[in-house]
Structures are given as C-alpha cells and as structure tokens.
Design a protein. Structure first.
Length: 374
C-alpha cells in the first residue's frame, strides 16, 4: 500500500516554540520510508520563517503558502488526488480549510488533533482551528489523547471514527549520546503559564534546596520576570538536532504537564518519548493514564512535591537510575517509535476506508427520474 498523503499543519519547518514540528517530522519521515508520498502544506508566517531549522527533507515535500486563498488555487488538484488528507490542530483559518477539504477531497479526510485536551476544554467557547460542527465531516479523528477520549469524541461530537495517534520518538535522531553529565535535573519545553507552576515546584524548588547541584531549563518565550536560582542554567532554544546531547547531559529530566492535559489524562508529551529514547530517566508530575505509557517506578518516576524530587536526586543509587532509563528506552523501542505511528495511521486509513465503503453500500439506491415523470 503506497498512499498519496497531504498534511495541512501548523509548522513543520520550525521547532521554535512549536511542539508540533518534531511530531510531524517523525511521523512523515516514517511514512516516507514506508513508501508513501507525503506533501506538507504550511502557511508562511514571519515567526516561523525567522526560526526555521528543518533540513530540506529528501523523501517528502514542504509547500509554503501565503494566505487562505492560496489553498484552493495552488493545491486543489493535489488535495483532490490524495488518498488521505490530514488537517492539523492550530492551523490558521483551520475551520475554513477543513470546510474546503471535506468538500473537495475524494480520499479519506482526517483531523489530527495534536492539542486534544485544549480542543475539548475550549471547543464550546469557540476555536479558530476547529468547530464542533466540523468533527462529523471528517472520516477520521486522530487524537493525541488516548484512554476513553476517542470514544468520547465519537459519542459526544459525532465523529464517525476516532482513534488515538500519540506522538513518538524518531529513534534515528533520538538516541543516547556520549556526553559529560552537567546537570542533575533539566527540563526542555516552551514556556506555558499553566505548566509553570509544575516547573517551579518540581525543578526550581529542588534547585534551591540543593544549591551544590546544577540544573537547566531550555526553551523559548519565558518571561523576563522569572527569577532563576543561581545554580540553574537557562538556554533560550535548542534545535531538535541538539536535543539528544542535551538529554544525555542530564542525570534526570523533568516532564511537566499542562493543566488541560493533566485534567483529561492519557496525553503524553512528545518529550516523554524523546527523552526516554535518549536513555535519560524521567521524573514526571502525576496524571491519569501515565501508567498506560510507562510503568511507574520501573520505567518512570512520579513526583508530586519538591521533597520527592530532592530525595530522588540525592539518594537514588546509580544502578537503579540506569535501570529505569534502560527500561523506558526499551518501552519506547517496543511501542512508541515513529515507525509504530506510521503503521497505526495505515491501519486507521484502512478502517476509515472500509467504513466509508460500507456506508455507501447502505445508502438507498436512487431511481433515475424518467423524462415523462417531470
């Protein structure tokens, strides 16, 4: 099965303040390696244009467009000829694009919600990129949240088929590196006001309690008013090519979850899989469903308060630290690589195609109108 796939997403060319980029890159690279033809359509906006870090892909295509009107004029034939068209969350003018795609595409249409917890918490208040009325028009809803969430999307919003498609790790890039351990605990992620309290409690407070240890936070858009401990290093931005070395320089890395993701549960961050693939043990805040991704105490460490993090950093034997890291890496290699996600997407495509075919067979036959009857 070799599919012609079109993805209309937020940005694949820049990872600056954009967690979608590594998710899309990993999935699309895996799809291309499996023989599928993939085209990614991205609006050319100044913010991402000034911070692009994608090396020109050799096995798939990126097309930049300037405005909503470019979509039908430049990419109409491409979309109509595709076997699968995916529209992603947070796409500018996403509702209008989805309306056009679901009207024009002949193949399977899918909405890929990389922000499912945010979407479901704010859908009724209104979003730029998706409306409740659009959900039933897609053949397939790909959710970043698992557990009971896909069934909820089917039952509450009328999706004909909702399936989980977690993020993943591109294990060709994310792998252990030989590096000197610089930091006891680190964190990689863009600033978010609803994630900052977790960062302050599980990293900044332990840093203040352990002044002889070194800590690090890397990521863009942090406000200037934040007071960082003296034993903490700030890095404004790291491109994905530098992530593996960064993780390998930490004894432990922190996973801090946004409030909507914690509330909904079953919503692992891409950093979880990438850090684990690099062989760095993870300390995470607690949220429903985390035990369906990694086994607590064996593959991941859960902390709810600063003293629990301090105890881990201060007292955990090196042998156990390495065992947890290795167990998590094995879990990623077994279940959470980009190759796994590409195979899942293929399965969902076939499922949606079969469902559409079955639905078309059930439609009543329309008897041709005879001229004499007019």
């Amino acid at each position: 099965m070799n599919l012609n796939i079109v993805v209309i997403g937020l940005s694949v060319t820049s990872s600056w303040g954009n967690g979608h980029a590594t998710t899309y890159r990993a999935l699309i690279e895996a799809l291309a390696q499996r023989g599928h033809r993939v085209s990614f359509l991205e609006r050319d906006v100044a913010w991402y244009r000034d911070h692009r870090d994608l090396v020109s892909p050799s096995a798939w295509n990126v097309h930049l467009y300037q405005s909503l009107s470019d979509i039908p004029f430049r990419f109409g034939p491409l979309v109509r000829a595709a076997d699968l068209v995916i529209v992603g969350s947070y796409v500018p003018d996403g509702i209008a694009i989805s309306d056009w795609v679901t009207s024009q595409a002949r193949g399977i249409t899918a909405f890929y919600d990389i922000d499912t917890p945010v979407t479901l918490s704010r859908l009724e208040q209104g979003l730029e990129y998706l409306s409740a009325a659009m959900i039933p028009r897609f053949d397939l809803y790909l959710s970043f949240s698992g557990g009971p969430v896909p069934q909820m999307i089917e039952e509450n919003y009328g999706s004909p088929l909702a399936r989980v498609l977690y993020c993943s790790a591109d294990t060709k890039l994310y792998a252990p590196r030989q590096a000197e351990r610089k930091w006891s605990l680190g964190y990689l992620g863009t600033y978010s006001d609803d994630r900052q309290p977790v960062l302050e409690e599980l990293l900044l407070a332990p840093a203040q309690a352990l002044p002889t240890e070194q800590f690090v936070v890397a990521g863009a858009q942090y406000p200037e008013h934040i007071v960082w401990p003296d034993n903490l290093t700030r890095i404004e931005h790291l491109t994905p090519q530098h992530h593996p070395t960064f993780y390998s320089e930490q004894r432990f890395t922190l996973n801090a979850t946004r409030s909507d993701m914690r509330a909904l549960g079953f919503s692992p961050s891409v950093r979880l899989f990438e850090a684990a693939a690099c062989g760095t043990p993870i300390i995470s805040d607690r949220w429903p469903g985390i035990d369906t991704i990694f086994e607590p105490s064996s593959e991941i460490l859960i902390a709810s308060a600063p003293n629990e993090v301090v105890e881990i950093l201060r007292d955990m034997p090196e042998e156990r630290r390495r065992a947890i890291a290795e167990n998590a890496r094995k879990r990623v290699l077994a279940d959470h690589t980009s190759e796994h996600r590409a195979q899942q997407l293929e399965t969902y495509y076939l499922e949606a195609s079969a469902q559409r075919h079955l639905k078309s067979k059930r439609l009543p036959e329309i008897r041709p109108v005879q001229v004499a009857e007019l």
